[in-house]
Design a protein around this ligand. Sequence first.
Ligand SMILES: C[S@@+](CC[C@H](N)C(=O)[O-])C[C@H]1O[C@@H](n2cnc3c(N)ncnc32)[C@H](O)[C@@H]1O
Length: 201
Amino acid sequence: MNWKFSYAIGFHPWEDTDQAFFQSLSSLLELEEQGREPPYGRALDIGTGSAIWGIELAKRGWEVTGVDVVEKALERGRERVRAAGVQMELVQGDVTRLSKAEVGSGFRLILDTGTFHDLDTEQQQGMARSVDALATEDATVILLCWPRRIRPLIRGVKQEEIEAAFAGWQITDVKPSFFKLPTPLEWVLRPDEHWYRLRRA
Ligand SMILES: C[S@@+](CC[C@H](N)C(=O)[O-])C[C@H]1O[C@@H](n2cnc3c(N)ncnc32)[C@H](O)[C@@H]1O
């Protein structure tokens, strides 16, 4: 997917999700928050786009940094952060080489809603290495992944590819996300995205 072009023409249908998707994400976040009081620690929203889910994390009590490569997406994100009245840092950077972006380290939660599954194998490995370096020992990674390839829109990713890239990590949960696209894209593309929760092996 050409993300820069998508944001330039205002094509970002992944932002129009519904309550079922929100609930599926919330139930995963509850796992990370249960038994603790906010602030929950640092969270990194990978490929944050317009910061929608990073803002939700911030509202729940996470100290959030969002990173994205597309400036236009970050502009939208900054507006949303202002409107929501939350604290969230937004950084421009490449998630496959996060050591070059100034995001810091010590992240207890890494959330990616739709970036990893469009990367090629080398980029996937770069993202996983980056995450490994920035995450705490007790961190959780949550990935939203589309399993099928739909040329030219989406590369798609199989569970084996997630396991291969995140070699020092273990998939603990795989759950349906109930992610929906606006019609008619929903009928044509039939999204079947799943959540993958990973912890260090
Ligand atoms: C499907 S969008 C999801 C955006 C956001 N997470 C959401 O759910 O609304 C994927 C995002 O990943 C970003 N992205 C893709 N490749 C990237 C890279 N190598 N480094 C940083 N961001 C990237 C895109 O710019 C885009 O904002």
